[in-house]
Design a protein around this ligand. Structure first.
Ligand SMILES: [Zn+2]
Length: 96
């Protein structure tokens, strides 16, 4: 599968990240506070995912703002993901 990573800045200067799948749905959203060097999960979702110009909304864990940013589908850079990003940290199934 392919995924695209988008990065934007919140009003509080934290950086907001999301990995999108090929339908532009959010696989994972997170935020980084560069000054405090903290990383937290940030709930995120796509609005108008089917449109060429779509929006992604994050709930910033540092300032609790709902941050909405517009993206252009043609500007996404796709990466090959051999495994879904959320599966990388999954525990191996117990051998039976
Ligand atoms: Zn914020």
């Amino acid at each position: 599968m392919k995924y695209a990573r988008i990065i934007t800045a919140c009003e509080c200067q934290a950086k907001l990240f999301a990995d999108l799948d090929e339908k532009r749905f959010v696989l994972r959203g997170w935020a980084k506070d560069m000054r405090r060097k903290q990383e937290c999960t940030a709930p995120a979702h796509t609005i108008h995912a089917e449109a060429a110009k779509f929006q992604v909304a994050w709930l910033c864990p540092f300032c609790n703002r709902n941050t909405l940013r517009a993206f252009d589908a043609t500007g996404l850079s796709w990466r090959e993901a051999p495994v879904p990003p959320e599966a990388e940290t999954a525990e191996p199934a117990p051998a039976d």
